[in-house]
Design a protein around this ligand. Structure first.
Ligand code: G3I
Length: 410
């Protein structure tokens, strides 16, 4: 029965033209599966076609940051940020808004000023009142404060922590954001807070700090800029999310997920490992109702921020430079599909795969016969229970069983 159901769900999604990853995530109980994007990329039609067809949420990679929205004191500009916001509205995508108070991409008039606490409070309040008001009603969530912590859990050095002598600028920011858009979910967002440790404990304390001030904080965004083969355990991922809920958050999300190879080119074993690692994060979010969604930090290696910051590393996303799906895409979609059909999550793609020696042609429970004479491209699906697509792989690749639900041309 479950097999028939899976096949029917995938068929229904395809014929309804629904965004695949997003539709599967929604059927599995999540609010969205998203991808960040940026202004320059939106003129790439092949790119936007996939963005629109696979994802249900987006986050502007740059345009809503302080350097663009208030480049000079009191001079607000939304032309940059509006590009992605308008794209989201036109294409019915949820918008995660990013970000209001961050030490980086902060104009020098803020970072270099000699402010009193009262002056900087007013600057933060004015910035947030204007920016959040402009996007009022358009943002599912705001990353109100971004990356306020050092790795050891102490306050990151910034104009904000210096002037306030610690983290008391954070409640100021959350109060201002709540006043400007009561409906937007308000998040603290940071990296390396996906696993238990000093920084995760400090992030949980930020939730408590904001709440004890009487301000509203709804969520913690775990950026999840991760490295292939260096993943937190499933237990650590779960304990981390629960720590934020215990501290008073009502939801959590993976907000900037990418899992980079530390050296390139990636071997096929490394690509499989990357699939396993993506599957682990996906399963962690699926396992917790309060984890509302996953956003990857752009979906293609073509537009990833990583090579610019970590030369020699990268290939961190689900699609490659040529907009072709990678094994990790299949891992994520298979985990989502299993959850969407009420099945248990399949085990992540393992490095020991079973070779299918000949393509089979079966009849599904729905009575649809698999096509004959078609060829699946390398990395595309070629089998699995309920699969009704091509089962023969393009030359140079072989159909291998990843799990009960998915076989893939590798
Ligand atoms: O807009 C200018 C352009 O005019 C100029 O010609 C060009 C020359 O380098 O630079 C352009 O600005 C770049 C900007 O992205 C827009 O493309 C900046 O140099 C570049 O530093 C900036 O990088 C962004 C980075 O944040 C800055 O810290 C990345 O695109 C963006 O993906 C990245 O996103 C951050 C999140 O906001 C917070 N978490 C970490 C994440 C990755 O670093």
């Amino acid at each position: 029965m479950r097999t028939q159901h899976l096949g029917m769900v995938l068929l229904a999604l395809a014929s309804a033209g629904e965004a695949q990853l997003n539709a599967l995530a929604k059927r599995a109980g999540k609010l969205y599966f998203g991808s960040a994007t940026d202004n320059g990329e939106l003129s790439d039609t092949a790119y936007t076609n996939i963005l629109k067809s696979e994802f249900g949420s987006t986050t502007p990679g740059n345009g809503q940051k302080w350097q663009y929205t208030e480049p000079n004191r009191g001079q607000f500009s939304f032309s940059n940020g509006d590009v992605v916001a308008n794209f989201a509205a036109t294409n019915n995508l949820i918008l995660r808004c990013h970000t209001l108070v961050w030490h980086s991409q902060l104009p020098s008039w803020v970072s270099s000023g000699s402010w009193t606490q009262a002056q900087l409070t007013s600057i933060i309040e004015t910035h947030i009142a204007n920016v959040v008001a402009h996007y009022k009603g358009k943002c599912y969530a705001w990353d109100v404060v971004n990356e306020a912590l050092n790795e050891d859990g102490s306050w990151r050095d910034s104009v904000f922590s210096r002037v306030f002598g610690g983290g008391n600028f954070i409640p100021v920011a959350f109060k201002a954001a709540a006043a400007a858009d009561p409906a937007a979910k308000l998040y603290y967002n940071d990296y390396n807070i996906e696993a238990t440790g000093a920084k995760q404990a400090a992030a949980a304390n930020i939730v408590k700090l904001v709440k004890s001030s009487g301000a509203r904080i709804d969520g913690v965004g775990m950026q999840a800029h991760l490295i292939v083969g260096q993943m937190p355990s499933a237990a650590s991922l779960a304990a981390t999310m629960n720590s934020y809920l215990s501290a008073g958050a009502t939801e959590v999300a993976y907000t900037e997920l990418d899992i980079r190879h530390s050296s390139l080119p990636a071997s096929s074993a490394a690509l499989k490992q990357q699939g396993d690692d993506y599957a682990r994060i996906t399963q962690a979010c699926l396992a917790l109702k309060a984890c509302v969604g996953i956003t990857i930090w752009d979906y293609t290696d073509k537009y990833s921020w990583i090579p610019g910051v970590f030369p020699g590393q990268g290939a961190a996303l689900l699609w490659d430079d040529n907009l072709q799906k990678k094994p990790a895409y299949t891992s994520v979609s298979s985990v989502l599909a299993a959850a969407a059909t009420g099945g248990t999550n399949p085990p992540p793609v393992s490095s020991s795969t079973t070779l299918i020696t000949s393509a089979t042609s079966t009849t599904t429970g729905g009575g649809t016969t698999q096509p004959t004479g078609c060829t699946a491209k390398k990395y595309d699906q070629c089998g699995g229970e309920g699969w009704m697509g091509c089962t023969v792989c393009a030359s140079g690749s072989t159909c291998k069983v990843s799990n009960q639900w998915y076989s893939q041309c590798l």
